[in-house]
Write a protein that binds this ligand. Sequence first.
Ligand code: FAD
Ligand code: DLZ
Ligand code: SF4
Length: 523
Amino acid sequence: MPRSVKTRPAVRNLVLVLGDQLTPAISSLASSDKNRDLVLICEVVAEATYVKHHKKKIVLLFSAMRHFADELRGRGWRVAYTAIDDANNAGSFVGEVERAVREHDPQSIVVTEPGEWRVLDDMGTWAARFARPVSILPDTRFICSTEEFVAWTRDRKQLRMEFFYREMRRKTGLLMDGEKPVGGVWNLDHDNRKPAKADLFMPRPHRCEPDRITREVIAVVQDRFGDHFGDIEPFEYAVTRKDAELAFAHFVENALAKFGDYQDAMLRSERALYHAVVSMYLNCGLLDPLSMCRAVEAAYQQGLAPLNAVEGFIRQIIGWREYVRGIYWLKMPEYAASNHLGAKRPLPDFYWTGETKMACVAAAVTQTREDAYAHHIQRLMVTGNFALLAGISPQALHEWYLIVYADAYEWVELPNTIGMSQFADGGLLGSKPYAASGAYINRMSDYCSGCAYDVKARTGTDACPFNALYWNFIGRNADKFKSNPRMAQMVRTFEKFDAAERERITASAETFLASLATSNDWP
Ligand code: FAD
Ligand code: DLZ
Ligand code: SF4
């Protein structure tokens, strides 16, 4: 008998594990047998370049994938691992599966459903292509299955996160006192809008030293994807489950208690404030959402964090995170092309360079380039708000958000961009556009005190561009906003401005927009 047959028993199923499925609890592995099945994990150029992801995001995933393959081998799994620079790397999921099928002739292929529609669409062709069954299993990391979400939407005139969130509280029992919410109210968001002051004792997110594997990955990513957006070093993110859990524990211990109070604040000197900086771990499988929520609930029960912080955090995870995923699978693929406000302007160059006199935008973009991270209010109320007011194409902006953040996968990024931030779905996901003038940014941050523009001035070349753009946005969309109860007041205020002021607003906004440089050089 040839040696290879003796040492390599026949493969029953090929279990494909994707780069954002890095947990032994993933349904594909949970339903497989380590003695009979072969795990395939592959670094492929197609996934790194279908949009040109930030270099740190690629390093994070490749290194976490390599560590995960070691973790699985340590648990007794047979793992076929394709590194990006392997000579026979076929370059895509389908190509790598084809190669493994040729080599191992498995009876069937097993995979947990992917997080992006384009990948699922492609997988739909695999059974015919490989002439064997392909089992696409539900992703049980989510609390609400896609079917359950569809059932929840039935017979509802409006889809609102708040009501979905209450269902998830009931389903998980998190912060529940029998049938009632702990503390008597479901949502304490109104307590969570305090501006912050720079404070020497503000916690910083947990940082990790790159190990040998990460250093090797940094070198190969620099070599292969050096022209992608973003700084590759310093690289301080966790790439193992153990380190991601330490990063989360560090947040619970040091920042959770103030997470609620300062959730909407922005500070020049503090990139994360009291945010957790864990979405990149959660979304690739290194952290488990429900376990995180239980840990946060326990911190409340032990008196370590107040209810407004704990409820706010749990709402982001079992509310918003689950809700946007539900919307994504409910509405794709049409959702990606939504453009309710008809916005068409190309993305300005400063989204890549950070070179703008607007201090808030420059800070958000610079931080994004350096860290592949910005917190929610920077994404929503600075870069998102600017794009909304300026009428940037939602599709161009969607591509930008998908590229630049280490936590970005279409299932979560697209509804946040198209729906929450750009109102491009016409109010399916949120009841009103997140549009604000400079006054909001001034109230919630310390950016304006260091800005070349005057946040108090509405028009003129020195005025904060957010001000004229805001009123210009209300004016040009007045017909659409008049019937929206949450926007009608703003339309009436705009219409009360005298004709000369409205002309000054239009002139200021148009002069500013005409000055925006755009090019096709990026990304
Ligand atoms: P924290 O503020 O500490 O919140 C804790 C956790 O709650 C996060 O880790 C995240 O898992 C979850 N969460 C909070 N808000 C949301 C939300 N709106 N949607 C889904 N989950 C949420 N989040 C992503 O994970 N990936 C994305 O690609 C992404 N793109 C975004 C694009 C835009 C335009 C906007 C406005 C928001 C986007 N978000 C995205 C949501 C949110 O900004 C990030 O989840 C958050 O900033 C991650 O940082 P953190 O871990 O410090 O979160
Ligand atoms: C984002 C990403 C990148 C950059 N590279 C890989 C890869 O080489 N191999 C892999 O399995 N996954 C990668 N990913 C994550 C995938 O893009 C993700 O699994 C799909 O978009 C489905 O969510
Ligand atoms: Fe941003 Fe306007 Fe404030 Fe400058 S003045 S930081 S542009 S909001």
